[in-house]
Design a binder for this molecule. Structure first.
Ligand SMILES: Nc1ncnc2c1ncn2[C@@H]1O[C@H](COP(=O)(O)OP(=O)(O)OP(=O)(O)O)[C@@H](O)[C@H]1O
Ligand SMILES: [Mg+2]
Length: 295
């Protein structure tokens, strides 16, 4: 008989939840995909996970792990239960408001490139990608190699500024230190859409090949989307852990009964890896949602 929501193993959920929030040198980084319908509390859970992640380098001392949260135009990072550091690109001068247009005072730190951010990380770091972005030489070289074209052909093309995140991932992979760092991408279909074309096709193919290297380099990645079908299947099939929330469609390679997510309440989730279990979480204290304006 297929498992019902009630019979799911809470002990399994606890083990898996611990694995994605307590990083150590044996397990290294963890990669997690999160799906749920609109309003199923995906962003809330992402913020909760972000606030819980700890790491150890010697299995004795545990410390809070730095989190990088991709800032979106309309975002809920203001709900994070702790101190927030906000980074914007040196050429950008944004202002922040609530959804109803009242000004929000946000102290920002400017960066020239991702290395400035990496050198200045606090616990929870919101990073807004630059509003205009030119491909860096490292990405040009990588794409030229993969697409068998010359680097010159990539010189004057317009790229979407979300591509900056691929450069970021490239940089964290080749940084010298081995610090644990977690990357959070809410609404990941903006970064890794299903059916990309042109340049993005190659970038996403590269990311697919790099997911396991991220983990080895102590980098964790968490992303959310409404449905797994919104995200590049080449990338999502490389993720280790899956969390399904209310109304999520169940991917074909999952052990979970297709109808289970329909019976979940907001604040409940199923976590899956080599087994699966259900867990609950509380809501966060409601704050203003933050809107960024780049004039
Ligand atoms: N554990 C919970 N119990 C009850 N309500 C909750 C819980 N967690 C979050 N909520 C509430 O549910 C609403 C939706 O939460 P949230 O914005 O995190 O969902 P979402 O899946 O990210 O939504 P969207 O798809 O619109 O981005 C919010 O008002 C939030 O406070
Ligand atoms: Mg959300």
């Amino acid at each position: 008989m297929a498992a019902t929501v009630k019979s799911l193993s809470d002990a399994m959920a606890l083990r898996l939840y611990k694995e994605i929030t307590m990083h150590n040198p044996d397990f290294r980084g963890t990669t997690v995909e999160i799906y749920g319908s609109k309003g199923s509390a995906k962003t809330t859970l992402m913020l909760k996970i972000a606030s819980r992640i700890v790491c150890t380098y010697d299995f004795t001392n545990w410390q809070k792990e730095p989190v990088i949260w991709r800032g979106r135009t309309v975002d809920m990072w203001t709900w994070y239960p702790g101190k927030v550091r906000v980074f914007v690109h040196a050429d950008d001068d944004p202002y922040f408001t609530t959804e109803s247009g009242e000004e929000l005072k946000v102290r920002v730190i400017k960066y020239e490139d991702i290395r400035d951010v990496l050198n200045n990380l606090n616990e929870f770091n919101v990073v807004y990608e630059p509003t205009t972005y030119q491909l860096g030489d490292n990405l040009k070289e990588m794409i030229a190699r993969r697409a068998a074209i010359s680097m010159r052909q990539l010189n004057d093309i317009d790229v979407d500024s979300t591509v900056w995140w691929f450069e970021t991932i490239y940089e964290v992979l080749k940084r010298k230190d081995n610090r644990f760092i977690s990357l959070f991408f809410d609404e990941a279909d903006e970064l890794f859409p299903e059916n990309p074309s042109g340049l993005r096709w190659h970038l996403q193919a590269w990311l697919k090949d790099s997911v396991k290297d991220l983990r080895k380099r102590n980098i964790s990645m968490y992303y959310s989307a409404h449905s797994h079908t919104d995200v590049d299947s080449r990338i999502r099939t490389k993720m280790q852990y899956r969390i399904l929330m209310k109304g999520a469609r169940v991917p074909n390679n999952s052990l979970i009964n297709k109808r289970l997510p329909l019976f979940l309440d907001v604040g409940e989730a199923i976590i899956e890896r080599d087994g699966f279990g259900k867990f609950r979480f509380d809501k966060l204290r409601r704050k203003e949602v933050v809107v960024v304006h780049f004039s």
